[in-house]
Design a binder for this molecule. Structure first.
Ligand code: URA
Length: 273
């Protein structure tokens, strides 16, 4: 049943759809689970990574920074200590050109944890993840199902410093930051993990399958030391949805899967559609 205070969620949904036109927003707002989703028009815009574009070369890092990251991560006993450890860590070469270290945002006690890719320009300026255009869309997506970083979501990224020109993070950069992400997951012990986009999904789940194949599926994340695997649902990256608004139909489907799973896992949500 729709919550009596679903107006906020409805507003978020209408805004989420806004660049497809309000009629489309209304059409999807009344779509219920099980209703087939109308496919969007074909698009000639680029996919997440231009085919054939060169992957950046992994950089050589001095003094075994991965071992240093593991040690620093392991010695943090709380999320607050971990945040300080990441801010003090200088083993990732991206830090030299970054304005800020971008660790996390949201509620430390949230049961839903989102992992994105890397900070962009606005995130680098503000020192917070997902605060640019893509982040604003992410907030609207979450609000449609009663989730928000103000109350029940914790957000972080695979890496904590902006790659120059928003290029893809390199394998070496992801590896050096990985111990910090593992420790965040260990300390937070979320009930549900959401990965945003191809990079975060592939890195977290250790797969090379594409995001279109993985999105919206109820998968499981596991790592050494976890008592039990954590349910994990990959999402299309909001930056991708800004480029391909016609794929918001897929994202809306995935959000409803997430809402249902939250309820099954007894994760409290705010007003929702
Ligand atoms: N994209 C991401 O994956 N993370 C951010 O923090 C911002 C944009």
């Amino acid at each position: 049943m729709t919550h009596p205070r679903a107006d906020l969620a409805l507003k978020a949904l209408a805004e989420f759809w806004a660049d497809m036109g309000l009629e489309e927003a209304r059409a999807f707002a009344i779509t219920r689970p099980g209703t087939p989703v109308r496919p969007g028009p074909p698009s000639s815009r680029p996919v997440e990574r231009a085919p054939g574009s060169p992957r950046p070369e992994p950089r050589r890092l001095a003094n075994n920074p991965i071992a240093e990251a593991r040690k620093a991560a392991a010695s943090a006993r709380t999320l607050g200590e971990l945040r300080t450890a990441i801010e003090q860590f200088s083993g990732c070469p991206l830090k030299a050109a970054a304005k800020n270290t971008v660790v996390c945002d949201g509620a430390f006690d949230a049961q839903v944890m989102i992992v994105g890719e890397a900070p962009g320009g606005e995130e680098d300026t503000q020192g917070l993840p997902f605060v640019g255009r893509a982040g604003k869309l992410l907030d609207k997506m979450l609000a449609t199902i009663g989730l928000s970083r103000q109350s029940n979501v914790y957000i972080t990224n695979l890496i904590y410093w902006r790659p120059p020109g928003n290029r893809d993070p390199s394998p070496a950069e992801m590896q050096v930051c990985a111990p910090f992400l593992s420790r965040q997951i260990e300390l937070k012990a979320p009930k549900l993990l959401l990965t945003a986009g191809k990079f975060a999904t592939q890195a977290m789940l250790g797969t090379e399958d594409g995001i279109m194949r993985l999105r919206g599926r109820k998968l499981r994340f596991t790592q050494e030391g976890l008592a039990a695997p954590i349910p994990c649902i990959p999402l299309l990256h909001p930056a991708y949805l800004l480029r391909r608004p016609e794929d918001k139909a897929k994202a809306w489907d995935d959000l409803r899967t997430i809402a249902t799973l939250c309820d099954e896992l007894k994760i409290e949500r705010g007003p929702s559609l």
